[in-house]
Design a protein around this ligand. Structure first.
Ligand code: NDP
Length: 315
């Protein structure tokens, strides 16, 4: 049978390119889990994904009710779940004031981490039941949350501190919009959320890999300087960032190439090892990358897990 893969945020950028790469093999049915139904349908048509190979389903990660509803709807579709890709993200580098999710969490961490955390927890049972030749949960990470790299050292750096802001509810009421309890900074909130993504992947691996046989993985697909992720950035940045990445840092990858990389983590039998953060070298071959000290801190991962459980209503 065909494999079934859910990709969150498949309406643009990396998610769409991955949906296209997998659907085109004819071996995958892609569930495009998107907040804007019409945009997702148009996106699928714009890259000519065969109608037989995808379904758009509504998911707004900035609402925990919507996440629960999505999980129910998916189950009702009767499809098995073989791979879940947590890809969607918001990035608000120029925001002066925080925005909030439906539950009142700061929007970047609320969407990128908490929404995905609940989704992955709810769908883990479905993944467990898969009888496909492999089953995987993939959370898209980033180099920007990784302070052991050059890009990760551009200020403001990611830093979760002692998680006091998260423990305080990550909301405006307790003055705790940032995970470390500091002042709001949109660029830092995004980087923090990516560290959470990488910590969550490793904690899933520690808690569930042996018991379930599910492969848990994260990746840095390269700098895809052309995606909508930078839509909130100032126009001059958007103009200069792609050539800067292409010619100066040489970390640039096209959306198509990045989509192929993520598709590899979904479907390549050789990328079966669990707990790995994948990256690609200049020849586009994958390797197991090292995470920064904070992004591989097992004690922090455990605390992040426990606080996140409380915030999303699982504990
Ligand atoms: P895009 O902005 O192009 O795509 C982000 C996707 O997330 C869109 O489909 C967007 O939906 C969706 N999304 C945002 N908020 C929500 C929400 N509340 N509910 C559901 N979906 C939502 O960015 P990229 O393709 O670049 O980013 C994809 C992933 O890649 C992210 O995890 C990002 O951190 C990561 N990444 C990107 C890099 C880059 O250089 N671009 C580098 C490293 C990692 P909509 O279309 O409706 O806006």
């Amino acid at each position: 049978r065909k494999g079934t893969v859910i990709i969150t945020g498949a309406s643009s950028g990396l998610g769409l390119a991955t949906a296209k790469a997998l659907a085109d093999t004819g071996k995958w049915h892609v569930i495009m889990a998107c907040r804007n139904f019409l945009k997702a349908e148009k996106a699928a048509k714009s890259v000519a994904i065969d109608k037989e190979n995808y379904t758009v389903m509504h998911l707004d990660l900035a609402s925990l009710d919507s996440v629960r509803q999505f999980a129910d709807n998916f189950r009702q579709s009767g499809r098995p779940l073989d791979v879940l890709v947590c890809n969607a993200a918001v990035y608000l580098p120029t925001a002066k004031e925080p925005s909030y999710t439906a539950e009142g969490f700061e929007l970047s961490v609320g969407t990128n981490h908490l929404g995905h955390f609940l989704l992955a927890r709810l769908l883990l049972d479905d993944l467990k039941k898969s009888d496909y030749s492999f089953k995987r949960l993939i959370i898209v990470g980033s180099i920007t949350g990784n302070t052991n790299t050059l890009a990760g050292n551009v200020p403001p750096k990611a830093n979760l501190g002692d998680l006091r802001g998260l423990a305080g509810g990550l909301n405006r009421i307790n003055n705790s919009v940032m995970i470390d309890g500091g002042e709001f900074d949109g660029a830092k909130a995004y980087k923090d959320s990516k560290v959470c993504n990488m910590l969550a992947m490793q904690e899933f691996h520690r808690r569930y890999h042996e018991e379930t046989g599910v492969t848990f993985a994260s990746l840095y697909p390269g700098c895809i300087a052309t995606t909508g992720l930078f839509r909130e950035h100032i126009p001059l940045f958007r103009l200069l960032f792609p050539p800067f990445q292409k010619y100066i840092t040489k970390g640039y990858v096209s959306e198509e190439e990045a989509g192929k990389r993520l598709a590899q983590v979904v479907s390549d039998p050789s990328l079966e090892k669990s707990g790995v953060y994948w990256s690609w070298n200049k020849n586009s071959s994958s390797f197991e990358n090292q995470l920064s000290k904070e992004a591989s801190d097992a004690e922090k991962a455990r605390r992040l897990w426990e606080i996140s459980e409380k915030l999303v209503g699982l504990a």
